[in-house]
Write a protein that binds this ligand. Structure first.
Ligand code: C5P
Length: 410
């Protein structure tokens, strides 16, 4: 793969203590060949394997190893260094470093920089195959992945310790290609993407509400994928139990009217709005101030009124974003979705079957993207993977819209 996309890129290379640290010296050269500006930070243990002087000579920049070095801090403080970085790559990343990173420790310069920087973080693990396979290491990796940290490798093969298995550092050329690939995926850089997710709760009284079974997972996965693709992401979330994806600006709401207000405020500067929330269509006409009591043996009637249609209101904005709606249906999925696409004046609708273990509460999903110009099926996959595919379609549509507007002006 070509390493274009790294030209002029400011890459902070972190090197941790493992025998594979010697390969990081070659990596500095390869990153330089790809046009990146490289600054290197070694952990104290890394400096036992390769000297700072080696990296200084190869990168052409001073190398730092310690948080408490007064002269280095005077030249470029650690916060400045964290801000300087456009990408952080830690290669090799030891099991100990991954554990500290997963738990947010900041006891040395490199972990402090990782916490203090908003730059995309990538790690290339390298360790003995048994350490790699250990449940603790795998759990740390899973946690880091769930926060959006990119994991490159490891490769399998013979190891410096004489064992054979997974845990070898990827070769420098492969690491450069992997880093370059993340740049090519950043197709939404400079775009603002607004996403609504989860259910809405419509209060009946102080203890009861009308809600629905949306978990918010699909919308959160789209927010994560959009952030990965470099977008500035605003996520308006109904009441859900999900962690905020890395780099996403989250606004929590409860009712449809609160969601309406938050979405309308953000929609004015959005390039695309993905309406993945399951918004309650109705709310009680009045919210009782006190818990409603049973009245004898009789039933009770709840009077409902309609909520605003958020998508329709965004569609009516003078400078409307690209609009992607969701149609969760239990039957006649495609026909209902098509009708909704036209009625709401959307650019795309993502239709899916819900009920029977699919859709709302499951990890997997499948979607059919329907636009005026055709249908794209996205077959069953994890919500994360589907979200990436959906985001790729959104990026493509935005480019097409820009081209059409450009042609319109010409
Ligand atoms: O008409 P229906 O509610 O099935 O439409 C679903 C789509 O419309 C979803 O994208 C949902 O987020 C959006 N919606 C909305 N405001 C509502 C109801 C639904 O934006 N009040």
């Amino acid at each position: 793969m070509s390493a274009t996309g790294l030209a002029g890129r400011r890459v902070l290379l972190g090197v941790t203590g493992g025998i594979a640290a010697y390969k990081a010296a070659e990596l500095v050269r390869r990153l330089g060949d790809a046009g990146a500006q490289v600054r290197v930070v070694l952990t104290e243990n890394a400096a036992r394997f390769v000297t700072p002087l080696t990296f200084q000579a190869l990168s052409g920049n001073p190398v730092r190893t310690c948080l408490w070095d007064e002269s280095a801090e005077a030249a470029m403080g650690h916060i400045e260094l964290a801000r300087w970085a456009e990408d952080i790559l830690v290669a090799p990343a030891s099991a100990d470093f991954l554990a500290r990173l997963a738990h947010g420790l900041a006891g040395d310069l490199l972990t402090t920089l990782c916490l203090a920087s908003a730059a995309p973080l990538h790690v290339a693990p390298a360790m003995n195959q048994q350490m790699w396979a250990n449940a603790a290491t795998q759990a740390n990796l899973a946690l880091l992945r769930s926060r959006g940290v990119g994991v490159f490798g490891p490769a399998a093969g013979s190891q410096a310790c004489g064992e054979v298995g997974a845990g070898r550092l990827l070769e420098p050329d492969d690491l450069v290609a992997a880093l370059a690939a993340t740049r090519q995926l950043r197709r939404l850089a400079g775009r603002h993407v607004l996403i609504s997710a989860g259910p809405t709760y419509e209060d009946i009284d102080p203890v009861r509400f009308l809600g629905n079974r949306s978990s918010g997972r699909m919308g959160f996965a789209i927010a994560a994928a959009a952030a990965e693709a470099g977008a500035d992401v605003t996520l308006v979330a109904g009441p859900v139990h999900l962690a905020t994806p890395a780099g996403v600006n989250r606004i929590d709401v409860r009712s449809a009217r609160e969601m309406h207000a938050a979405v309308m405020a953000a929609a004015k500067r959005a390039d695309a709005y993905v309406a993945a929330a399951a918004v309650g269509d109705f709310r009680p006409l009045e919210i009782a101030a006190q818990k409603i009591k049973k009245q004898g043996d009789g039933g009770m009637t709840l009077q409902l009124t309609q909520n605003p249609d958020i998508l329709a209101d965004v569609a009516a904005l003078p400078r409307r974003p690209l609009l992607i709606g969701f149609a969760a249906e239990t039957e006649h999925v495609e026909a209902h979705a098509r009708a909704k696409l036209e009625r709401k004046g959307l650019d795309l609708i993502a239709a899916n079957q819900v009920g029977g273990g699919l859709g709302f509460e499951s990890e997997d999903n499948s979607l059919t993207l329907i636009g005026a110009d055709g249908v794209t099926p996205l077959p069953t996959a994890s919500k994360r993977e589907l979200a990436r595919q959906l985001v790729a379609v959104v990026a493509e549509r935005l480019l097409r819209r820009d081209a059409e507007r450009g042609a319109g002006r010409a």
